[in-house]
Design a protein around this ligand. Structure first.
Ligand code: ADP
Length: 537
């Protein structure tokens, strides 16, 4: 080998903010906060506050390799921790407050965190779980207050007297930076430890025009939680491109989002479909328009078609993304190509909206059958989706064995097709596929079609035991407030749109349970209705 003669500069997360603090120093970082007025910072002041936070954490005894947990919403202080903690060589575990207590306790103990930084309205949760936290020595409230009676520090007091520059160490780019846990719908949550290298490469790729396509003209309001797989890496992809950030804290209701869009000229947002159902509902009721909003990226679960159409009719472009905690999390984004544009707008939209996304550099994908044989990219045949690349996990945190096969492929647990344009389409999660009389029914396809029926807010489909067919689909329908849509309306809607044997055996009008990451909780539905096709209830 003839060695290359370029600089061996490791990829460190702190250098993303270092760059933005110089190149986009006055670009704003606006944040709603818990019980505090909106705050306005910029990349320059954020850089200085991040240094102060690192000094304060170091003073508490946090050092390289230590883990620190956050229990925080989408705020500027949480954003600062995204740089301060990994910047000093420690690891930020972004704990998910929506997990059941037992899982939350498990993740903080499993992470072995020395400090816990929490938003003011997380205090109740923390009081409850504190006796069971085995390693936490310091509790810091991300607010301008100190709770001296129980020894909790206030973040603002803690950082205010600290120097505003920090001698950031040059870290091995393979050092751990973020610890994110899957939501543990089956068994205990599993930890995925992102390295600096993975986060920086992912942030670079996510900002490309074939992905999120950011520039410094964008005003980005992340509506996916910062604690869930780093909110699709937006804090990094956005900062690399010098976007203005608008953080909504925990105010994801329609009027609050609309107010931020209007007041701050938001151009871009992203989140799971549930958020957008709420937002569109608000627009419908208030007869308001989407103002400055240009693009909405939706992922986490499949995008219902009527949601995409509704945004399109308001002049907002919808793109779908697919990813998972194990992929840092972005895997694919559905952005147009010349080949698609040549098909005409209608067909282009059809592909963009109904596929999870197209291949992007950095994530290799293949689909395989039950024997591990690779399947063709014909858009028809579906198989297990396998991925590999520099921001895909190798093994779970503290696991003894690798999570990938001998060639580096990670089995995502999703079933998908890939078409000739390189677009991937999820047909189901392996554990959610409905096997009826030896044939497969896609729960996602059925949900999407049902979601298009007027009056339907959320549709959830699962397979439950059937004495003759092994499994048959049942459907839960949650309707919009004030709608009187019924099971028989749903049957009439589905009949011309699906194969006869896909018709659910039961259509139940009920509220749909969601997981800690805002997805339909199929396990709860399956358990609740396990016997419905045997006993009728
Ligand atoms: P969880 O902790 O809920 O498992 P993840 O974010 O890791 O959280 O979940 C990843 C899974 O979410 C994927 O494997 C896939 O099944 C599902 N998913 C993500 N994006 C989409 C999408 N656009 N369409 C359908 N399913 C999706």
């Amino acid at each position: 080998m003839l060695p290359g003669l370029m600089q061996d500069k490791p990829l460190n997360i702190i250098d993303i903010l270092r760059f933005a603090s110089v190149a986009h120093a006055s670009q704003e970082i606006v944040s709603k906060n818990v019980d505090e007025p909106i705050t306005r910072h910029d990349y320059g002041s954020t850089w200085r506050r991040t240094a102060q936070a690192a000094h304060a954490l170091a003073r508490l005894g946090i050092s390289a390799g230590d883990r620190v947990s956050s229990l925080s919403w989408n705020t500027h202080r949480h954003f600062e921790l995204f740089f301060a903690v990994p910047g000093m060589g420690a690891v930020l575990h972004t704990a998910n407050p929506r997990l059941p207590d037992e899982h939350l306790i498990f993740t903080i103990n499993h992470a072995g965190s020395k400090a816990l930084l929490l938003d003011r309205n997380m205090a109740e949760i923390v009081e409850r779980i504190k006796p069971q936290l085995e390693t936490v020595e310091h509790y810091i409230v991300l607010a301008d207050e100190e709770r001296t009676d129980d020894g909790w520090l206030g973040y603002e007091q803690m950082i205010s007297a600290e120097p505003d520059s920090y001698d950031w160490p040059e870290l091995d780019e393979n050092a751990g930076a973020f610890l994110c846990y899957t939501s543990g719908t089956t068994g205990d949550p599993k930890g995925v430890l992102y390295s600096h290298r993975a986060v920086v490469l992912h942030g670079l790729a996510a900002g490309l025009s074939g992905a999120l396509g950011f520039s410094a003209f964008d005003v980005v309001m992340p509506c996916q939680s910062l604690y869930h797989a780093t909110a699709w890496g937006l804090p990094f992809a956005g900062t690399i491109n010098g976007v203005k950030f608008v953080f909504p804290c925990d105010k994801f209701d329609g009027p609050s989002l609309q107010q931020l869009i209007r007041d701050e000229d938001v151009t871009f947002s992203g989140g799971v479909p549930t958020i957008w159902t709420i937002y569109l509902d608000h627009l419908e009721k208030s007869s308001e328009d989407t103002g400055s909003l240009q693009r909405v990226i939706i992922g986490g679960s499949a995008v219902p078609r009527d949601m995409a159409e509704s945004f399109e009719s308001k002049g907002v472009t919808v793109q779908q993304i697919w990813g998972m905690t194990e992929t840092c999390p972005l895997g694919v984004v559905s952005t147009p190509t010349p080949a698609l544009a040549a098909l005409g707008k209608e067909e282009e939209n059809e592909i963009i909206w109904t596929r999870q996304g197209r291949m992007m550099f950095g994530i290799e994908m293949k689909i395989v059958d039950e024997d591990g044989q690779e399947l063709p990219h014909d858009g028809e045949q579906s198989g297990s989706l396998m991925v590999r690349g520099p921001w895909v996990l190798e093994r779970y945190y503290r696991a003894d064995s690798s999570a990938i096969d001998g060639d580096g492929w990670f089995d995502t647990g999703d079933i998908s097709t890939i078409d000739k344009y390189g677009f991937m389409r999820i047909t189901d999660r392996k554990k959610d596929v409905i096997k009826s009389g030896g044939e497969w029914i896609s729960s996602i396809d059925l949900e999407n079609i049902a979601a298009g029926c007027p009056g339907v807010k959320v549709a959830a489909v699962t397979g439950v035991y059937h004495p003759k067919w092994e499994e048959r689909p049942i459907m839960l329908i949650e309707s919009h407030d004030g709608s009187d849509v019924s099971g028989s309306d749903l049957r009439d809607w589905l009949e011309p749109r699906i194969a006869k044997w896909w018709m659910p055996d039961a259509i139940i009008m009920a509220s749909v349970p969601l997981t800690a990451t805002g997805k339909i909780d199929k396990k709860v539905i399956r358990d609740r209705y396990a016997q419905i096709l045997v006993t009728g209830s």
